[in-house]
Design a protein. Structure first.
Length: 575
């Protein structure tokens, strides 16, 4: 029996794709449970397959699935529906199963309006989906109604079974890393917060459940052995249990796992002790939901965090060399120029190094959506429209689209104007054990302005100057390959090749096995006309296709036709 688990494409193009191009970790849990039970299952990330739509039919014909499970969020539901239709056209017998957050909250909507959908799995789908697969495999349709947590069509009517119990011991789930490669993983399910714009409480339940320390670290270790060393801990509140987080960090260090990772948390579930251990164990960024500088708006959103907690946690996070990232929401009830200014004033105080701002939207499963449905007597049929969400301002006559757009623009442009001063104000804790980590932090941030997300942002002035100061600051703490490389490239951009060669030479002395440093140093020497010297650095990495091209250029410049020809053939063989 062939089973495909598909993460479909989104309705609208994304400006920020960091959080949407990766299949949810739940798909890997479902896949691993099926693997443990000896099923042939494959996970397909089809978030961009709409760019080459002809491949949908080609791959489905090739794979010949008996069952397709879709991970459905509000914004990708139309992608799932469209792929399901194609699958049914190819093979009317294929069974289509929708699961995920939106499927859980809109189960009746999907089964009522879209005949291509056979079943909906609600809530945690690992074992529900397994039991459903067993019934489908054995053609035991009469037993499907005994499975808790599903909905389906029977005698022309949409029916649902009793809700399934939550998995209390998350460690009973097989470690997905035994079977799959991925970078997003989670320690917990659930969140202590009850924000009105979030569906987490209703989906996961009110109680936070945990994997054990050993389970989580084993998962990291298995992924490290597969060559993965950067991770996203995608828990709603990673540090909700501080003791457990510290134990995880200590285990990471004991096992010498050389990893870097990002996390998400709340400012009221953080401490300096936790931040210290997180940084030592490789944490480089933490995202915090701030939502607004207005205490009234935060109260409406039921955020339940204070300005004092926000300021204290951002100060401590940055002090330990962890990049603090702030989520802001605008267009909330009562939003005005005054409340946007309050958010800007808060930004000035807390000095986040990244902000992510979005318009307040209403989604099924949230308290705000329930209020909206009740107030306007709206049915789920509104989701027959090809929309990803409902913007709150569309339901509030006191807020115009133009005003809300201007609020978002004001928030972002002012932040980018403030960013150079925010970077200049960075103060890191003066403890020698953190100096190598501080160097990594400064160089990583510098690269953001030089080559990363900020490099193309025209609202940020003096980006190269910011990057240069950060690279120098990094090297004042500790030798760092990224800082040497960044300074070398900046000098090359200024055609200051002597200066570039000098700084890169120091970098190569410290890191002789770093290919990028040697490559960049060789390029500086080529620009100085020192082709033999340049060649000596390229030849250290002659296995590299990137270096081979420069080796050929050097031999040609030195009129060594035979060597140039030999390396040209080697280069062509790697093409």
């Amino acid at each position: 029996m062939k089973i495909l688990l598909i993460y479909p494409y989104w309705l609208e193009e994304r400006v920020n794709t960091e959080d949407v191009v990766v299949p949810p970790i739940g798909m890997y849990y479902v896949g691993s449970v099926l693997k443990e039970n000896h099923y042939d299952v494959e996970i397909l990330n089809w978030c961009r397959i709409n760019e080459t739509p002809e491949k949908i039919s080609e791959i489905l014909i090739e794979k010949k699935p008996d069952v397709i499970g879709f991970s459905i969020l509000q914004a990708n539901r139309w992608g799932g529906i469209e792929i399901a239709k194609i699958a049914k056209q190819i093979n009317p017998e294929v069974k289509i199963v929708f699961g995920g957050v939106s499927a859980t909250f809109l189960w009746k909507h999907f089964l009522t309006h879209f005949p291509e959908i056979d079943y909906v799995v609600m809530g945690e789908g690992e074992y529900i989906f397994l039991y459903l697969i067993r019934c489908i495999e054995k053609k035991e349709d009469e037993h499907i109604g005994n499975i808790r947590g599903i909905a389906f069509k029977k005698d022309g009517k949409v029916v649902r079974t009793k809700p399934a119990e939550y998995i209390q011991d998350l460690d009973q789930l097989p470690v997905p890393a035994k079977y799959f490669e991925y970078q997003h993983l989670s320690l917990t399910r659930g969140c202590p917060g009850k924000c009105t714009f979030c569906g987490s409480p209703k989906f996961w339940g009110r109680k936070v459940r945990f994997h054990s320390v050993d389970y989580f670290v084993e998962e990291l270790e298995l992924l490290c052995k597969k060559g993965i060393n950067f991770f996203y801990f995608s828990d709603d509140t990673f540090s909700v249990n501080k003791k457990r987080v510290i134990e995880i960090c200590k285990k990471i260090l004991e096992k010498n796992l050389r990893i870097s990772w990002n996390a998400i948390s709340r400012v009221n579930y953080m401490s300096e002790e936790v931040l210290s251990w997180m940084r030592k164990a490789g944490c480089v960024q933490i995202s915090y939901g701030i939502e607004s500088g207005s205490e009234k708006i935060r109260a409406y959103l039921n955020k339940k965090i204070t300005t004092v907690e926000i300021e204290k946690t951002f100060d401590s996070t940055l002090k330990y060399g962890i990049l603090p990232r702030a989520y802001f929401i605008y267009g909330s009830p009562g939003e005005s120029r005054k409340t946007i200014q309050e958010s800007i004033d808060l930004i000035k105080k807390i000095k986040p190094l990244v902000i992510y701002s979005s318009v307040l939207s209403l989604f099924p499963g949230t308290a705000l959506y329930s209020q909206y449905k009740k107030k306007f007597n709206v049915s789920e049929d509104t989701w027959l429209n090809r929309i990803e969400d409902i913007k709150y301002f569309e339901t509030d006559t006191k807020l115009s689209r133009e005003a809300v757009i201007s609020f978002g623009k004001k928030l972002r442009t002012t932040y980018y104007e403030l960013l150079p001063a925010i970077v200049d104000a960075i103060e890191l804790i003066d403890k020698k054990e953190f100096y190598p980590m501080h160097a990594d932090f400064c160089s990583r941030l510098g690269m953001t302005f030089d080559h990363g997300d900020y490099a193309l942002n025209e609202d940020i002035k003096g980006k190269d100057n910011i990057a240069e100061k950060l690279y120098i600051k990094a090297l004042n703490y500790h030798p760092d390959p990224r800082a040497y490389l960044g300074l070398g490239i900046l000098n090359q951009k200024k055609r200051a090749y002597h200066e570039s060669a000098q700084i890169l030479s120091k970098g190569v002395e410290h890191f002789p096995d770093n290919e990028q440093l040697s490559l960049c140093l060789g390029i500086s020497h080529m620009n100085l006309g020192a082709f033999e010297t340049a060649l000596s650095f390229f030849l250290r990495f002659q296995h590299s296709k990137q270096c081979l091209g420069f080796i050929v250029n050097c031999y040609n410049a030195l009129n060594d036709v035979g060597s140039a020809s030999a390396y040209q053939k080697k280069l062509e063989s790697m093409a």
